[in-house]
Ligand binder design. Structure first.
Ligand code: HEC
Length: 202
């Protein structure tokens, strides 16, 4: 088992170096994030519906579970590519997928079951902000070519909020009282001294 896993990683490392030509073994840069999708090469088939199911809000640094669901089209075999627009967010591969660079893709063509193909994956949220997920799913006919297949894309916005992480307003308050506080104190002391001096004189 260990030996075969090693072999697989060596093979995928080799494939990664020629990822622009990769296909049934996985491909990146085709999630729709930068305009390119599976349909740059795949053609002739019927478009499937592609959907990302999962939470649209995550607490800071929390891990959310997501599923990419591909339905319809040629629906024999398929694959996918998922990317994020936030470098501080981390995608984690689930069963049937692998991580290439910062993106996820299938690790071999996967079979549809009842006209549906699912890929589970995780997203580790950044400390703040939001993350846009980009996903492309391909529904293929298993003719070992790009013909008779078609992909579709989808996106999901995830907002990072809540949780127990320190919030910025607290830091701001500290900053304000530190800078605003000491001049006020100096002024008050000076005023008190003046008053005392005047009383002594009078
Ligand atoms: C640069 C061109 C290119 C792009 C872009 C591309 N593929 Fe492919 N794909 C191929 C070629 C060539 C084949 C046929 C050889 C093979 O099966 O590996 C193929 C085959 C496949 C197959 C097997 C299809 C069958 O009917 O046998 C799957 C699944 C697949 N690609 C998934 C994807 C997915 C998912 C995407 C988008 C995220 C994608 N491909 C984008 C070139 C591409």
């Amino acid at each position: 088992m260990r030996a075969s896993l090693g072999t697989v990683s060596v093979i995928s490392a080799c494939l990664f170096s020629t990822s622009a030509l990769a296909n049934s073994s996985g491909i990146t840069g085709q999630s729709g994030k930068n305009g390119s999708t599976c349909n740059t090469c795949h053609m002739g088939g019927t478009a499937p519906t592609v959907e990302i199911s999962g939470p649209t809000t995550l607490e800071p640094n929390a891990t959310g579970q997501y599923t990419l669901i591909i339905k319809g089209g040629a629906a024999n075999v398929g694959g996918m590519n998922i990317a994020v627009d936030n470098a501080a967010a981390v995608l984690q591969a689930g069963e049937g997928s692998q991580k290439m660079g910062s993106e996820l893709t299938h690790n071999g063509m996967k079979s549809f079951t009842n006209g549906e193909l699912r890929f589970d994956f995780s997203l580790v949220a950044p400390a703040s902000g939001s993350v846009k997920l980009f996903a492309a799913g391909n529904s293929a006919n298993k003719n070992y070519a790009e013909t008779g297949d078609r992909g579709s894309t989808t996106t999901l916005n995830v907002t990072v909020s809540g949780g127990t992480a320190p919030t910025e307003p607290d830091e701001d308050k500290g900053g304000c009282s530190a800078t605003g506080g000491s001049p006020m104190l100096v002024f008050a002391l000076a005023a008190a001294t003046l008053t005392r001096l005047r009383r002594r004189q009078g």
